[in-house]
Each structure stands twice: as structure tokens, then as C-alpha cells.
Design a protein around this ligand. Structure first.
Ligand code: IMP
Ligand code: MG
Length: 180
């Protein structure tokens, strides 16, 4: 993509150590429970796959895909499910796996919707959090790293479907053509 620069933010090593720490906490907290991880596609796929490999407890995994109207760099208020989960959540412990919390609207919508199935608990595990951009009340129960109001790509996270494959995390800035 022309006109943009990718600036390194978190290395593979930094991400691995954060994911390991989250997996340790989750393994300890959910010992002996029936845990279902609900991964929000597509952005959280890489995070989920690294996380499950480091868990020391058995889990079930399911996926949901949400569409929010409007593309580019901002989520609109309107959210809909384009691929629903298939596992029954009743009486189970649910942990939603998300890449980034921004306005908080996606997670608010999904949490309310999953709660209708009467799970035993629902919590949120997010890799990144842009707290400054919150529009509704939403906190991660397990959080990797807080980031400023910057646009992130890599490690599953995209900009118009590009850069998901990168193993590191970058932030995007426009190239300033007035400088050499
Ligand atoms: P929210 O509903 O405003 O909290 O938006 C959360 C969703 O927006 C995340 O699941 C991401 O898919 C997307 N998103 C938020 N910030 C970024 C970013 O910096 N880069 C790429 N996607 C982002
Ligand atoms: Mg997403």
C-alpha cells in the first residue's frame, strides 16, 4: 500500500512474552472449569493460536465473525454477526479473545449476545487496548498491552485486509512527502 509507513511497535519476542504471561494467568484461573474460547475473526486468529498453545488446561475453541459497517480506520456503531458460534455455551465459562479494544462497541455487542445463552461466566481477553478511544464502558479481564491512539497492523491485525501475516506488530503513519 502506497503512502503509508509501517513503524515497528512490538517484536515477536515481546509479543511471545505477553502471550505466555496471559496463558499462565488463564491456566491458573480456569483450572478445573469448562472453558470455551470465543475468538473474534479475523483479527484475533494469530493471538488465539499462540495463546492456546501455551495454555496448560483443556479448552474448547469457537469462532465468531462480526461486521461493523464502514471500513477503513473506524468502527461504526452498527454491528452484525456474519458467522456465529457453533458450540453451546450454557453453564460453561466463556473467554472472548479479541485483538484490539477500540470504542468498545464490538465487545459490548458480543458480550450481550453470548450472555443470552446463559454461560456460567463471560470474560474478555484482549491483546491490545486503546483506552483513550473508548465510547462505551468496556474493560478487558486479561489484557496484553495498552497502546496509544495509533493505527495497528500485523500479528493478525489488518489495514484493508493487508499485513495480517506479519509476525510483529507495527503502527501505520502516512508518509510525509515534504521530507526527503
Ligand atoms: P471497537 O468496536 O471500536 O472496539 O473496534 C474493535 C475492532 O476494530 C477490533 O476488533 C479491530 O478489528 C478493529 N480495530 C480497532 N483498532 C484497530 C487498529 O488500530 N488496527 C486495525 N484494526 C483495528
Ligand atoms: Mg476485530
Amino acid at each position: 500500500m502506497e503512502g503509508y509507513r509501517l513503524n515497528p511497535l512490538f517484536s515477536q519476542e515481546q509479543i511471545a512474552s505477553v502471550v505466555q504471561h496471559l496463558a499462565d494467568q488463564i491456566s491458573k484461573d480456569y483450572q478445573g472449569r469448562e472453558l470455551v474460547l470465543v475468538c473474534i475473526l479475523k483479527g484475533a486468529f494469530m493471538f488465539l493460536s499462540d495463546l492456546v498453545r501455551h495454555l496448560q488446561i483443556p479448552v474448547q475453541v469457537d469462532f465468531v465473525r462480526l461486521a461493523s459497517y464502514g471500513s477503513g480506520m473506524k468502527t461504526s456503531g452498527q454491528i452484525e454477526i456474519t458467522k456465529d458460534i457453533e458450540i453451546t455455551l450454557e453453564k460453561k465459562d466463556v473467554l472472548i479473545i479479541e485483538d484490539i479494544i477500540d470504542s468498545g462497541r464490538t465487545l459490548l455487542f458480543l458480550k450481550d449476545r453470548l450472555a443470552r445463552q446463559k454461560p456460567r461466566s463471560i470474560k474478555i481477553c484482549a491483546l491490545l487496548d486503546k483506552k483513550a478511544r473508548r465510547e462505551v464502558e468496556m474493560e478487558a479481564d486479561y489484557l496484553g498491552m495498552e497502546v496509544e491512539d495509533i493505527f495497528i497492523v500485523g500479528y493478525g491485525i489488518d489495514f484493508n485486509e493487508n499485513y495480517r501475516h506479519l509476525p510483529e506488530i507495527y503502527y501505520v503513519t502516512p508518509i510525509d512527502h515534504s521530507q526527503g
